[in-house]
Design a protein around this ligand. Structure first.
Ligand SMILES: *Cc1c(COP(=O)(O)O)cnc(C)c1O
Length: 377
């Protein structure tokens, strides 16, 4: 949503297009909503969603922890004021020298999903805490995470047992239900798997202590999504159902849900044209596309809300595309996007809900277009 502060910033500063404007008040509200919805869970903000220093500083000051995927992300979290105990190295795919560097920096919580990664950690970060990620099916997620991360629960037992044998602290289980998850039941299935791993480990004499319930909390794009409160209730009910009154320590790792609705991209229409006289579908080209930060339109997965100065006029579906010379740089074509017929070249539009996964996805200089500029206010 375009907040009054963002509207005011755009009106008075007139920043050049395209650019992202993020309202820190919304990030603060989101953080508070998560702490209220899941008061017993520690929040590890997924830095990759938007690593702007102002956002990391605000979250650090509010008491957030940070989930990172690389040494530079760890350094950004440290620079923002987080101490190493508040940072996890949550990527399951790490170079051994990066694990060693993280260990040197004081990081003590690492994700794994196979024995090969456990061995690297045992060598490079002896005695560290590890949690094993289990696969989820991603069903119901608009941006599913596939089989790239995690292992079957049965293998997770072997992975954690191996970690314990190598002197690591077999600490818990993690999962990620898939990004932009709108099915509240997704956590229930994953928590059933987590519980199963806890039990098998307990039979081996190893007591796991933590469940990392990942991210997946949605941002509102075109359709309404359940509130943080509804997610909190569904997750709490699932924890009770599977762990009874022995609920372990829990972590959540919101990325999109923390910053998505805090950002708006200002963009400009560069061209409106047709492919033939008979063609009744217009092509509308923006000054931002897949390579400028809107990579999540891949497979038309994420459909953003676009506000135009001519909303209310008669609208018709059009193909929406970016400005670069790559034919993949089309945002919506299979399912065209309705925009006002009165729209003209030079009109400024606002792409809402773009606070997450935009600046980080923006190319360095494809076709000479500079990376997405961002203002955090
Ligand atoms: C990307 C990521 C997140 C954040 O996911 P969202 O769907 O944006 O909340 C959380 N945890 C891990 C391990 C991730 O890779």
């Amino acid at each position: 949503m375009t907040t009054a502060r963002i509207q005011d910033f755009l009106a008075t500063r007139r920043p050049a297009s395209p650019c992202l404007v993020v309202d820190l008040d919304v990030v603060r509200d989101n953080y508070c909503a998560f702490t209220k919805a899941l008061p017993d869970s520690r929040i590890f903000y997924a830095v990759k969603a938007n690593p702007a220093p102002e956002i990391l500083k605000l979250l650090a000051s509010l008491g957030s922890n940070f989930d990172t995927a690389s040494v530079p992300e760890i350094e950004m979290a440290l620079d923002a004021g987080a101490t190493p105990e508040r940072i996890s190295f949550g990527n399951t795919i790490k170079k051994e020298r990066d694990i060693a560097r993280a260990h040197e920096l004081g990081i003590n919580l690492f994700a794994v999903d196979c024995v090969e990664e456990v061995e690297k950690i045992a060598r490079a970060a002896p005695r560290a805490r590890v949690f094993c990620r289990v696969l989820t099916d991603g069903e119901g997620a608009e941006w599913p995470l596939s089989r790239k991360f995690g292992c079957a629960p049965k293998m997770a037992v072997d992975v954690l047992a191996h970690a314990a044998r190598l002197g690591l602290d077999a600490y818990g289980v993690s999962f990620h239900v898939g990004s932009q998850m709108t099915d509240l039941k997704a956590w229930d299935k994953a928590l059933a798997d987590a519980r199963w791993v806890f039990e098998r480990m307990s039979e081996k004499g190893i007591t796991l202590k933590m469940v990392n319930m990942g991210g997946g909390f949605p941002t509102r794009y075109l359709k309404d999504v359940p509130s943080a409160k509804a997610y909190g209730q569904a997750i709490f009910d699932a924890l009770r159902k599977h762990f009874g009154n022995r609920i372990p320590e829990t972590i959540i790792e919101p990325g999109r849900g923390m910053v998505g609705n805090a950002g708006v991209i200002k963009s400009e229409i560069v061209l409106i044209s047709k492919k033939s006289e008979e063609d009744d579908v217009r092509w509308v080209y923006l000054d931002i596309g897949k390579f400028g930060g809107l990579a999540e339109t891949m497979d038309e997965a994420i459909r953003y809300n676009i506000v135009t100065p001519r909303d209310g006029d008669a609208a018709e579906p059009c193909v929406l595309a970016g400005p670069t010379c790559d034919s993949a740089d089309v945002l919506y074509e299979k399912k065209p996007y309705a925009l006002p017929l009165s729209l003209t070249i030079g009109d400024e539009v606002l792409i809402e809900g773009t606070g997450a996964y935009t600046t980080t996805y923006s190319a360095v200089a494809f076709n000479g277009f500079e990376p997405l500029r961002s203002y955090v206010i």
